[in-house]
Design a binder for this molecule. Structure first.
Ligand code: ADP
Ligand code: ASP
Ligand code: MG
Length: 409
């Protein structure tokens, strides 16, 4: 008998029929003799609907109250799924994050899980019940409801699997695994049988929203066997694992992209020690995260140009701050662009192979895609391009590296 944590995303519980389908799936695992803990998201579109209700009331969202509101979506689905299970003669119990006691810090809207109490769940499982837990939510030390950030139900599932020492954490969604890139953009993207935690973490942090980043880092840290599967069809899905010497390793595992990017440039800043700090300090103080940074010395040798990227939501705020700094430092000009995207190649195979960047740049050049910024690390290369080139860029690179075909180094 295995202990399995299964998570069903918004589309998978998007209607009463789909919730019934989930109940059938849970029962099948149970009939195979496994103990099952289920984590569910809110019905698809529900979290967005709740957000728009809040926006209709106020421009200045109160983080604590937003969490009280957003957590209701998952409370609906745990109850409905438990009812569907009971209807099938399967004893089930639903719990909110507060009831299980998923303890988080107090960072409303982006809380981090600190501890999960497992006694209650173990007692239910021992009594033969299926336990249904609301994803995306927890409670802080003061008893306030918190939420874990968009896509956070993945993290609830992995954290529960770690706390319960489950044999496997299965993430059921509307695709049948992790693909070489988002199949909505590249129809001939290929499902990967396996991907390493390290690569999945890069993919997630570079924009592949199939798994929330924190769920992947949690799984890697606590060694939780993690699989992404379809809730609509049978299949092996994609296993996320440690790198193994015998594993056939592709050069590039996948292509991630992020549409939520914006870039800012400040031109003609006096070039002297401390200038980077003077520019980026106020941005950091405003809690704005900076991603890529490029600094160039201008031809006159006395001034420098500085470009960096931020999340698109932070663009207006960052622009206002940079303009103030420019006035203070006597810089020539501030410009910006919020119609840019980032495309990244990810693969552990890159470590031992040169020439990937040049193949990438050549392929994009052939299609007339202008690269605006570049950044590299051990297992990824990212480029910033104009938003209008996103689809073309991703498809071009998918072809250039032949990702539709399984290949190894
Ligand atoms: P859920 O509601 O089940 O959590 P999500 O919408 O969060 O589902 O994640 C699944 C979606 O992720 C897919 O429909 C797909 O469009 C998108 N996606 C992005 N990148 C990838 C990728 N590399 N492989 C598979 N799906 C991806
Ligand atoms: N319902 C939340 C969201 O839409 C959490 C999740 O689905 O994982 O982001
Ligand atoms: Mg998701």
């Amino acid at each position: 008998m295995k202990l399995i944590v299964q998570k069903y995303g918004g589309t998978s519980v998007g209607s009463p029929e789909r919730i019934e389908n989930v109940a059938d799936r849970v029962l099948r695992s149970r009939d195979q003799g496994h103990a099952v803990v289920v984590v569910v998201s809110a019905m698809s579109g529900e979290t967005d609907r709740l957000l728009s209700l809040a926006a209709a009331i106020t421009d200045t969202l109160v983080p604590r109250e937003l969490d009280v509101l957003l957590s209701t979506g998952e409370q609906v689905t745990i109850a409905l799924l438990s009812m569907a299970l009971e209807k099938r003669g399967c004893p089930a119990r639903s719990y909110t994050g507060t009831q299980v006691h998923i303890l988080t810090d107090s960072a409303h809207n982006k809380a981090r899980i600190q501890e999960i109490e497992d006694q209650r769940i173990h007692a239910d499982l021992a009594a033969g019940r299926v336990v249904v837990v609301a994803g995306f939510q927890g409670v802080d030390e003061g008893g306030n409801i918190t939420t874990l950030g968009r896509g956070g139900s993945d993290t609830t599932a992995v954290a529960l699997a770690a706390a319960l020492k489950a044999d496997e954490c299965q993430i059921y969604t509307d695709v049948d695994g992790v693909y070489t890139t988002d199949p909505r953009v590249v129809p001939d993207a290929r499902r990967l049988e396996r991907i390493t935690f390290e690569e999945m973490l890069e993919m997630a942090s570079l924009g592949s929203k199939v798994l929330q980043i924190r769920s992947v880092s949690f799984a890697g840290r606590y060694n939780v066997p993690l699989r992404v599967l379809s809730s609509f069809e049978e299949g092996e899905g994609t296993l996320i694992t440690y790198e193994d010497e015998n594993m056939e390793q592709a050069l590039i595992s996948g292509i991630a992209f992020n549409r939520d990017e914006a870039k800012l440039t400040i031109l003609g800043v006096p070039d002297r020690p401390g200038v980077a700090h003077q520019l980026l300090g106020p941005i950091a103080d405003a809690n704005i995260e900076v991603d890529m940074i490029i600094q160039n010395v201008a031809p006159d040798g006395a001034t420098t140009d500085f470009t960096f990227t931020v999340h698109r939501n932070d663009y207006p705020g960052a622009l206002a701050i940079l303009q103030q700094t420019a006035n203070k430092l006597g810089a020539r000009e501030v410009t910006g662009d919020d119609k840019i995207v980032k495309i990244s190649l990810v693969g552990v195979g890159m470590r031992s192979h040169a020439g990937i960047a040049s193949t990438m740049f050549e392929a994009l050049a052939r299609e007339g895609v202008n690269i605006r910024m570049i950044s590299t690390s051990e297992i990824k290369i990212s480029v910033v391009v104009d938003e209008k080139y996103l689809e073309l860029g991703v498809r071009t690179l998918h072809d250039a590296f032949n990702l539709a075909q399984p290949g190894t180094v």
